[in-house]
Write a protein that binds this ligand. Structure first.
Ligand SMILES: [Zn+2]
Length: 377
């Protein structure tokens, strides 16, 4: 009877233990479904196990003593095996093999294996996280080691603010002359050397033309065949445009506007004729330009009529001459300047028209840097 009670008690313990483990989240659903069978196996197999694993009693204490000893021994073994399995999950398969005939030991071994698998997963995740962090750090270091891309220089300039004349040379290396040149324009024309300057020969004709609002000024392209000759060179008129106020000064005096007529010779040398504008009567050629102003910037209007550049010139043809530059980026030098002494008149309405478009589009005066200025007697 004592053996029977022991078996029942042991089975109950196993059942309770199994029930406890059934709610253990570490046990997989498949393990749980096995539990009743395991419990049953223990109930019967355990008894078999007792008879098979318990050593034959050599004591005279009767049948019960070996059974109890065997049970105690088995429980001790189970406890040890469970402990071993938990402490040394890597040995799980060997323990499982050893405990093949012991369902509870098998269960413990499975738990241990499950724990080992979870630990392995956690370690793998930790390793992956470490590797990811290392890779990110390496990528960051590589990015820091790569030199920055070459600076993209701008072609944007204006007459004020960050893109204004004081910064033109820094906006683009090709515009370095705007800052470092020593023959820059415009200048304050003073202390000219009075000489018998040759007359400028103008060979201008009524010509086709078109008008563009460039975003910096109003520019007029003129048809071919309009020349001026000076210093044994012929320069062909290419275009003319306007600035407000005048870029040039005469002995410190500025004018309300100026017209720049750009000429080029066969070798690409530039001769710039400057006509200072003051308030007075209406100027017919300027009116023609205003009449044909496009409605939008960067658009060009090409009227059917012709324009005679001769209409722009003053009656008297005395002038100042010196070497200078273009007054807009890239500020190229070696430009022959011819500034007519007599201003050209334009009406207040014509001045106001331009000032609505461009109230200020003039580069400040540049250092004379000892250059020679000659003027007509
Ligand atoms: Zn100009």
């Amino acid at each position: 009877m004592r053996l029977l009670f022991s078996l029942i008690a042991c089975c109950c313990c196993a059942a309770v233990s199994a029930n406890d483990k059934q709610i253990d989240p570490l046990i997989s659903p498949s393990s749980r479904t096995l539990l009743p069978t395991q419990a049953g196996a223990r109930m019967y197999g355990g008894a078999v196990g007792l008879s098979t694993t318990a050593p034959p009693s050599k004591t005279p204490a009767g049948k019960e003593a070996p059974a109890k000893d065997s049970k105690d021994s088995k429980e001790a073994k189970e406890t040890k095996e469970t402990k071993d399995a938990k402490e040394a999950p890597a040995a799980g398969p060997r323990k499982s093999a050893e405990a093949a005939g012991d369902p509870e030991a098998e269960l413990s071994a499975k738990i241990a294996a499950r724990l080992a698998a979870m630990r392995a997963t956690q370690q793998a995740r930790a390793a992956a996280a470490t590797a990811h962090a290392k890779k990110a750090a390496a990528t960051k270091a590589a990015a820091a080691a790569v030199p920055p891309p070459p600076k993209v220089y701008s072609n944007v300039w204006s007459y004020e603010g960050e893109t204004g004349p004081a910064n033109w040379a820094r906006i683009n290396p090709a515009w370095a002359k705007c800052g470092s040149g020593n023959r820059q324009s415009p200048i304050d024309i003073r202390d000219g050397m009075r000489v018998d300057l040759e007359q400028i020969n103008f060979d201008y004709h009524p010509s086709s033309f078109n008008v563009t609002d460039s975003g910096k000024t109003v520019q007029v392209m003129v048809g071919r065949g309009n020349f001026l000759s000076v210093g044994n060179r012929m320069y062909e008129l290419v275009q003319f445009h306007f600035h407000r106020p005048s870029e040039e000064r005469i002995n410190g005096k500025g004018y309300e506007m100026v017209v720049h007529l750009v000429h080029k010779d066969g070798e690409g040398r530039i001769a710039m004729l400057a006509l200072l504008l003051e308030r007075g009567r209406a100027q017919p050629a300027i009116q023609q330009v205003w009449n044909n102003l496009p409605l939008e910037k960067m658009e060009t209007m090409a009227p059917a009529e012709t324009l005679d550049p001769m209409d722009l010139l003053p009656a008297r043809r005395e002038y100042y001459t010196f070497m200078g530059s273009m007054t807009t980026p890239p500020c190229e030098e070696n430009v022959l300047w011819l500034v007519m002494k007599e201003p050209v008149q334009a009406s207040p309405a014509q001045m106001a028209f331009f000032s609505r478009l461009y109230p200020y589009n003039a580069r400040p005066v540049q250092p004379g840097s000892g250059r020679i200025i000659k003027e007509s007697n």
